[in-house]
Design a protein around this ligand. Structure first.
Ligand code: GLC
Length: 415
């Protein structure tokens, strides 16, 4: 029997369960989100293995013919969220958005399989080819010098990070038309992206729709095609994980080692030597974002050590009481409560922390301890102010509960 915070976290997952999929939080996010669902599965795996697999199976039931797995599946249309499926205008197997999200699911399938290979074998075997097709889609349509790119800020899962400011400035959204944002009716304006950003988000959705979400057409003259550490590092890590899984299951893994070499080269193409950090590279003009974000620290998670990155890690961990902020607190663009422009996110901490721990670096356990204190003292909110830990965004949040169960809780069974 779980008690205390473990039991509260389980209750959050059960309460956000809509039958086969979990919403990130009631109200603000009423659909199935891609990477949220993968983290939810990891949380469920601590106490209900069958439900964990179902979460991932529901996600992959939304996979498109070309291999893409959408960032949102709109199972039951909810007028409280904008933009809904009528704005995206997609033709996948079920109503969905037309972009993807960071491919963390492969890593999580492997973890869940490792927690119980007997229960997991048949299910992992069925997901394996779907994961490969999804990864191949990224390699085919989102690769630039080996790094993985995004075609919309939402695709990275880090919606309004300063990392995109340069590329976003290139978009002129004058013909975007009227629309009614719903997010600010659930959460304080000061914690959400600005109107300036939103106009550009919707403009990019309208462009994709106009082009029928055809990747070849979308790639032409795309004003927003940005090489992103989140995508590159999570795909590299997931590809390593599904390669190991495929070998354990004696599945066909031909070509995967070459993909990994290509992604490793791509990761190095994101090293900004002046900044001494992994950074976002704008493929349209070659410019660096010159931003140190929490995604910059996913290199260890992807299996890549870096002394230069570790120096920034120590500096930033000393600056923020509750690390790891999503944007460098020393930067003038740092805003401690505004979404991806400063707040700390538990699932990013887990990935960064796990990577550090795997390399035997003590900062990993420090980050885990900070995440434990953050949730224990400030609850299961969507994200947190790194300066004082105050909760921000939505409450009773699925991934924060899942990260508690799978990683931050002293009782977590970690694979
Ligand atoms: C926001 C986040 C994104 C997340 C979604 C649902 O858009 O930026 O990463 O997947 O909310 O929680």
């Amino acid at each position: 029997m779980a008690t205390g915070l473990d039991s509260q976290a389980q209750d959050i997952l059960r309460t956000n369960d809509r039958g086969g999929y979990t919403v990130p939080t009631a109200g603000l996010y009423p659909y199935q989100w891609n990477w949220d669902s993968a983290f939810a599965a990891l949380g469920f795996a601590q106490f209900d293995m069958d439900r964990a697999w179902v979460e991932l199976e529901t996600l992959f039931a939304g996979q498109w013919d070309d291999g893409m797995v959408p960032h949102i599946l709109h199972h039951v249309v909810n007028p409280g969220y904008f933009p809904g499926p009528e704005v995206w205008g997609c033709n996948g197997p079920s109503p969905s958005s037309g972009i993807s999200q960071p491919p963390v699911a492969g890593t999580i399938v492997r973890k869940i399989y490792d927690l119980d290979p007997v229960v997991g074998e048949a299910r992992a075997r069925r997901l394996f080819p779907k994961l490969r097709r999804w990864h191949d889609w990224f390699l085919k349509w989102r690769s630039h010098e080996g790094a993985i790119c995004i075609t919309h800020p939402w695709e990275s899962g880090r919606d309004n990070t300063p990392d995109w400011d340069g590329a976003m400035a290139r978009i002129d959204p004058k013909d975007v038309g009227e629309y009614d944002r719903r997010d600010t009716s659930h959460v304080d304006n000061a914690m959400r992206p600005t109107r300036y950003d939103y106009d550009r988000y919707i403009w990019l959705v309208q462009r994709g729709r106009r082009l029928g979400w055809d990747q070849a057409q979308m790639a032409e003259d795309n004003p927003f095609f940005v090489a992103d550490p989140t995508m590159t590092f999570t795909l590299l890590r997931s590809h390593r994980d599904i390669l190991a899984l495929g070998e354990a299951l004696s599945e066909d893994v031909a070509g995967m080692a070459d993909d990994i070499a290509q992604l490793e080269a791509g990761a190095e193409s994101l090293w900004n030597n002046d900044l001494q950090s992994y950074d976002v590279r704008d493929t349209v003009n070659g410019a660096w974002a010159n931003c140190i974000s929490n995604a910059s620290f996913l290199n260890w998670y992807a299996g890549i050590p870096s002394d230069g990155q570790a120096k920034h890690l120590d500096r930033i961990m000393d600056l923020a009481k509750y690390p790891l902020p999503s944007h460098d607190p020393a930067s003038p663009k740092f805003e401690p409560k505004r979404y991806w422009r400063g707040p700390t996110w538990s699932m990013m901490n887990m990935m960064i922390g796990e990577g550090l721990i795997a390399f035997g670096l003590p900062q990993g356990e420090r980050l885990r301890d900070a995440t434990m204190r953050l949730i224990r003292d400030h609850g299961f909110s969507e994200y947190f102010d790194p300066t004082d830990g105050s909760p921000a965004g939505g409450q009773s949040f699925t991934w924060t509960a899942a990260i508690w169960l799978a990683w931050a809780s002293p009782n977590a069974r970690r694979a």
